[in-house]
Design a protein. Structure first.
Length: 303
């Protein structure tokens, strides 16, 4: 059994729509962890968390840590009622208490490893790792696949969330700051804002890889192609026990024929954008992200 002081929480982060939910849920198949969903997401109400961030992708660091450190410490150290497990895991009555006793115990067990799935905490990851001893997993997805996923949700990004964070803006290069300040969509808001947002996030990931080489960096495409092997490596990297039961569940959730919201059709996940985006949209994504995508993908990955 873990001692509370020995637990290192796990953070799954990166840009939204890059597989963090899937990865978080698959890691949560381990009986050793407790799932926390997006406490940094200011668009969702989390009454059990006891706080709400003022903006999307809010930046926590030395300048404002006194506001958040105690709250986040309590959340990650199981102090108070911070349970926010997936809806499918919530105990809904006596029958669930009988059928799923482990889920009930899991929500109350202070010795489990907190697993925080939260793209919105991305810019705060270094602070979380340093101050709260968080193990960081960064998700990466092809920029065109990312943008196509945003189109499916009709999710343009509002850069005012970044502009109003003075301390965060100061961490960007001069050219990136200029792009954020001057951004105005011309024809296709979702494609144009999504492309720039991917560039901003994965420019920072490139910096993270240099400064924090011990973090885990996961490309969604590679994980979707060989999920059992990929998750086995990730479990081992995070010191989670890998079992035959976990392997079977991950294989089932990764089967496109499986009746599950978490099932992943690997081909559609990695290549669906090729038929769903127009040549003009693909060109926009590729050109906007041209300075960054070669750090993660090759020219063949665009064909």
């Amino acid at each position: 059994m873990n001692n509370l002081e020995d637990i290192s929480p796990i953070l799954i982060t990166g840009a939204h729509r890059t597989g963090s939910t899937w990865i978080g849920r698959m890691l949560s198949l381990s009986p050793e962890v407790r799932y926390l969903s997006e406490p940094f997401n200011n668009e969702d109400d989390h009454p059990n968390y006891g706080f709400k961030m003022p903006s999307s992708f809010h930046y926590v660091a030395e300048h404002n840590e006194t506001i958040y450190k105690e709250r986040l410490t309590k959340l990650l150290r199981h102090e108070g009622n911070a349970n926010n497990e997936p809806d499918s895991w919530k105990v809904k009555g006596l029958l669930d208490l009988i059928k799923y006793p482990r889920r009930t115990l899991r929500s109350r067990n202070r010795t489990l490893i907190p697993l925080m799935k939260d793209p919105h905490s991305f810019f705060s990851a270094p602070w979380l790792a340093r101050e709260l001893d968080v193990q960081v997993v960064i998700t990466i997805r092809h920029p065109a696949a990312f943008v196509q996923s945003l189109i499916a949700q009709n999710w343009p990004y509002d850069f005012e969330n970044l502009r109003r964070q003075t301390e965060l803006m100061e961490t960007f290069s001069e050219s990136t700051r200029k792009q954020i300040i001057e951004f105005k969509p011309e024809k296709d808001p979702v494609v144009e804002s999504g492309s720039l947002f991917w560039k901003i996030i994965y420019e920072r990931v490139r910096d993270y890889q240099k400064s924090y080489p011990c973090w885990c960096y996961i490309k969604q495409e590679e994980l979707a192609q060989t999920p059992v092997e990929g998750f086995k490596k990730l479990y081992e990297s995070l010191s989670l026990n890998w079992t035959d039961e976990v392997a079977m569940k991950i294989a089932a959730h990764s089967d496109e024929k499986e009746d599950s919201s978490l099932a992943r059709d690997a081909k559609n996940t990695t290549e669906g954008w090729k038929t769903k985006l127009s040549p003009e949209q693909i060109s926009c994504v590729k050109e906007t992200t041209a300075d960054i995508w070669p750090a993660y993908y090759t020219e063949d990955d665009w064909n």
